[in-house]
Design a protein around this ligand. Structure first.
Ligand SMILES: Cc1cc2nc3c(=O)[nH]c(=O)nc-3n(C[C@H](O)[C@H](O)[C@H](O)COP(=O)(O)OP(=O)(O)OC[C@H]3O[C@@H](n4cnc5c(N)ncnc54)[C@H](O)[C@@H]3O)c2cc1C
Length: 718
């Protein structure tokens, strides 16, 4: 235990001990207070300010230390100071005292409780983070829940201190008023338990529940108002219509069909969406060809005197298309039709909350009525309006796959995952690539040491990485395309043959009825949804890239489960989309994979953490493979083996992280990973060695010293 915590515990124990030793509990009894009323009032009469201040401090101490007697002190306040001043003094003193108790409970116990029970408390933590103020207000007004219990329990949750303070001040006001008012008639009160009549308790509970009920009511009224201008059909042809057959739409449709709902899936372009046609699949296929080339170039590292490859870029791109063709049947109309989904090729438009109009590929139009709609319309590459960009022409992740000759000089705009993956792939295929990023490093979402490792590799492979460069304009000069970028206050010119723009993707929210229905979008331009993925109209859901906040295939599929299940069974039970353990990988070399928090985020959010790093350069299999580089970085709760985040950099990082994803999802700590047999020699052993490094750092040194003495004694040494 930390010294500071020990000091606080000792001080609190001494204060509480002193309170009881000095007879505080006897003094703060109802009978004693009544007997002492006139002498206290006399003291107030002679020293009003001193009495008020001492009373305030005593009240703060009693509530801050969670001692019994706050209710009685509130009565005394009424008796001495009257209704107005009594209420004012008690209101502030009780809020300050409660906040002190809250802060102490947080300081002493929160880390321990969250480390031990964090997994089980996840739903409560999420609820408090979202609506903690409302819950606190309700609790404050339910007299059955003791005041000090709320202070201590709330300290263990993620509720912000300031929110706790002001909600407490407002929430306790009604109770304070009732007690202070009763205190003004102290002589007439026989017993304090009679102050709160059953009627008054009922009124308090209602008042407490009011904000929660009001919030739900506002949501209900908003939905009612949104629905009001539409006529609901008496019956529906379908249970769900899904718009878009990308990862999110396909999974939504599949879940619907699996539970025997009548589902129609509408796709205006190609089944499989971005991931299959222009995203994950082609990019990974291209990366593989580029990687093979890189390995051939490194033949000597593997004891091969010489190896070379001749290739045609057009053939590499043809292979990319062949890979797509091979995977295509997984997402095809035939497969989904067989699975029970009605697939329509056409453009969908929501015309009422229960009707979708489909402009079919053959020119005809169909109007479908449906109980629910799932919007899974995806996103598209964003091309920033930089002067001259249209003139020079920009490739995007949509169009780059049409290239059949390798650009000699390629500028990649963007240092995010997509920009970085394509940068390295094109460079390895032989293009002279300049990657331009306006931020101070690429892969900005990851820790600086991770970006650094990737940047070092990029530079070693001949990529010209330009961070802190902001693209200002494009122009043509002597028949050449040129990018003018701003760097350190000056202008830099970069000549190129092709430009690939990878600066982000915008959700598709226009042209299919959101505007007509008035479905709002967020600042990030995603469709606005609640935690159940419902839009303004509770029967219309959104998932995948169009809903955010993540833009990954696996997150789209994950959300699709919630959207489909809530759309079909929400009348019985709705499920909140759970984003607690989201992994991702960037398929550059060295590969970067992450789950949970990284160091930067933990620091920014003031989350206490310990860091354990295992260097993969030490791993037998990595050495044998000629890939001895990278690291496993694990963040844990201080003193505990509970994992709060992992970043892996190195060969197959995206596969290796799966073990940590499982561990985090199911609350398994590093001890469990260490206690699991990993096959030798594999890269997966890196996970176990990271757990081992953590264990070593937490070895009980005292016990080990005793063991050394024991063994010495066994050897007969003195
Ligand atoms: C180059 C690149 C590499 C990527 N690599 C990875 C990766 O390695 N791993 C990963 O997890 N993610 C990756 N992603 C992201 C991933 O592709 C997306 O997160 C995923 O495809 C989103 O799926 P979705 O279903 O939300 O949308 P989409 O796949 O975009 O599908 C939406 C579909 O809706 C259709 N549609 C839109 N409006 C209508 C309408 N009105 N009527 C009918 N149909 C409509 C569109 O035609 C489209 O087919 C990558 C993306 C790119 C661009």
């Amino acid at each position: 235990m930390k010294k500071s915590k020990l000091v606080v515990i000792v001080v609190i124990a001494l204060l509480i001990g002193a309170f009881f030793a000095l007879g505080g509990h006897r003094y703060l009894s109802f009978e004693n207070i009544k007997a002492q009323q006139s002498s206290i009032q006399a003291l107030f009469g002679s020293h009003p300010w001193t009495t008020a201040l001492l009373f305030f401090l005593a009240y703060v101490a009693v509530t801050g230390l969670s001692l019994p007697g706050a209710a009685l002190m509130t009565l005394i306040a009424g008796a001495i100071f009257g209704l107005l001043w009594g209420t004012l003094i008690v209101s502030f003193a009780s809020s300050v005292g409660a906040t002190l108790a809250f802060v102490v409970s947080r300081f002493l116990l929160r880390d321990w409780v969250q480390a031990r029970f964090g997994h089980a408390l996840r739903a409560i933590n999420e609820g408090v983070a979202r609506e903690g103020g409302l819950y606190l207000f309700t609790l404050r007004l339910i007299p059955a829940i003791p005041f000090f219990v709320i202070n201590l329990a709330m300290g263990l949750t993620p509720l912000r201190t300031w929110t706790f303070y002001w909600v407490s001040q407002i929430g306790m006001l009604a109770g304070t008023l009732v007690y202070v008012n009763a205190g003004t008639q102290l002589a007439a009160i026989e017993t304090p338990s009679g102050i709160l009549s059953p009627g008054l308790i009922g009124a308090f509970v209602l008042l407490g529940l009011f904000p929660l009920i009001a919030k739900r009511a506002v949501e209900f009224v908003k939905a009612r108002r949104a629905y009001a201008r539409w006529r609901r059909p008496a019956r529906f042809d379908r249970n769900v219509v899904v718009i878009g057959a990308g990862s999110a739409g396909l999974v939504s449709a599949l879940i619907g069909a699996t539970v025997r709902a009548k589902v129609t899936l509408v796709e205006k372009h190609r089944m499989g969406g971005d991931c299959l046609n222009t995203g994950c699949v082609p990019s990974k296929a291209l990366i593989k060809s580029a990687r093979v080339l890189d390995q051939i170039r490194r033949a000597q590292d593997y004891g091969l005197q010489q190896a070379s490859a001749t290739f045609d870029f057009a053939e590499v791109m043809a292979r990319v298309q062949r890979v797509i063709k091979t995977i295509e049947p997984h997402d095809s109309v035939e497969r989904y039709t067989e699975l029970g989904v009605e697939c329509l090729a056409g453009e969908a438009k929501i015309v009422t909350p229960w009707e979708v109009e489909v402009a079919l590929a053959d020119g005809a139009t169909r109007r479908l009525s449906t109980r629910s709609i799932v919007i899974a319309a995806g996103a598209r590459p964003f091309v920033p309006p930089i002067p001259g960009i249209e003139d020079v022409g920009a490739l995007t992740s949509d169009t780059v796959w049409n290239l059949r000759s390798l650009p000699r000089r390629l500028v990649v705009l963007g240092g995010g995952p997509i920009g970085s993956e394509l940068t390295q792939a094109f460079a390895r295929l032989g293009a002279q690539v300049t990657q331009v990023e306006m931020l101070p490093r690429i892969l900005m979402r990851e820790d600086p040491d991770v970006s650094e490792r990737v940047m070092r590799r990029f530079t070693a492979e001949g990529i010209d990485v330009r961070v802190n460069h902001t693209a200002k304009r494009f122009l043509r000069e002597n028949g050449e395309k040129v990018l003018i970028a701003e760097h350190q206050g000056g202008e830099v010119r970069i000549a190129f043959d092709e430009l690939l723009c990878a600066v982000g993707r915008v959700p598709n929210t226009e042209g299919y009825g959101l505007e007509t229905l008035g479905i709002p979008t967020t600042r990030a331009r995603t469709v606005e949804t609640n935690e159940y993925l419902q839009t303004l109209y509770p029967n219309i859901y959104a998932c995948g890239d169009v809903a955010g906040p993540y833009q990954f295939t696996h997150v789209g599929s994950h959300q699709a489960w919630y959207a489909a299940v809530n759309a079909l069974f929400g009348g019985f039970k709705k499920f909140r989309a759970d984003y607690s353990v989201i992994p991702w990988a960037t398929f550059v070399d060295p590969e970067v994979a992450r789950v949970g928090l990284n160091e930067t985020e933990a620091r920014e959010r003031n989350i206490p953490h310990e860091i354990t790093v295992y260097g993969i350069d030490d791993l037998d299999r990595a050495i044998a493979d000629g890939e001895a580089h990278g690291m496993v970085k694990v963040l844990t709760v201080p003193g505990k083996d509970r994992i709060i985040g992992v970043t892996i950099v190195g060969e197959h990082a995206g596969d290796l992280i799966a073990e940590f994803v499982l561990a985090m999802r199911h609350g398994l700590g590093l001890n469990k990973i260490l206690g699991t047999i990993h096959i030798y020699p594999t890269l997966a052993e890196a996970n176990k060695y990271a757990a081992g490094a953590w264990k070593k750092a937490h070895a009980p040194q005292g016990v080990l010293r005793w063991l050394a003495r024991y063994h010495a004694w066994m050897r007969g040494e003195k």
